[in-house]
Design a protein around this ligand. Structure first.
Ligand SMILES: N[C@@H](CCC(=O)N[C@@H](CS)C(=O)NCC(=O)O)C(=O)O
Length: 148
């Protein structure tokens, strides 16, 4: 399987950790990609119209994208222990994943604001709003009320 990746992507890292935990890491061939919100990486866009990584090409040539989909796929390919298939454990795992994805989205958007947007167009309140999510600024993640 080919995984379009970059070492700086937290979403790629999530998929790599998942593959490692399921004993599938060796089955992934890492293909370097330069996903970027402005300068599109055509090798990724050719497979995923969003141009985002991670993008996975499975053994039979099926293209999967979005880390959630890729992690579900890897879980199915492995022993299935990372994402419970049913019951309250499944909802808890999916909510944990949604929280982690939301934190990563906020971190990536903040990075794009700082590194990609021209300085004259930057809006500090935007970054402050993103960093407030899950207390990213202090590193202390809030647990939503009602979740274990
Ligand atoms: N929801 C996606 C988010 C992936 C994502 O935002 N990846 C970033 C790199 S960390 C990317 O490809 N950005 C390029 C872009 O925004 O066009 C997932 O879970 O895979």
């Amino acid at each position: 399987m080919k995984l379009f990746y970059s070492v700086t992507s937290p979403f790629v890292r999530k998929c790599l950790v998942t593959a490692h935990e399921l004993g599938l890491r060796e089955r992934l061939e890492l293909v370097p990609a330069a996903a970027h919100p402005i300068n599109r990486d055509r090798s990724v866009v050719a497979r995923n119209p969003l141009g985002k990584i991670p993008t996975l090409v499975t053994q039979d040539g099926t293209v999967l994208y979005d880390s959630r989909v890729i992690c579900e796929y890897l879980n199915t390919l492995g022993d299935g222990h990372l994402l419970p298939r049913q019951g309250p454990e499944r909802w808890a795992a999916l909510v944990d994943q949604a929280l982690a994805d939301g934190l990563m989205d906020a971190a990536v958007l903040t990075r794009y604001e700082d590194a990609v947007r021209p300085e004259s167009l930057r809006w500090n309140d935007w970054s402050a709003g993103q960093l407030d999510k899950g207390d990213l600024r202090t590193g202390r993640n809030r647990t939503p009320q009602g979740c274990p």
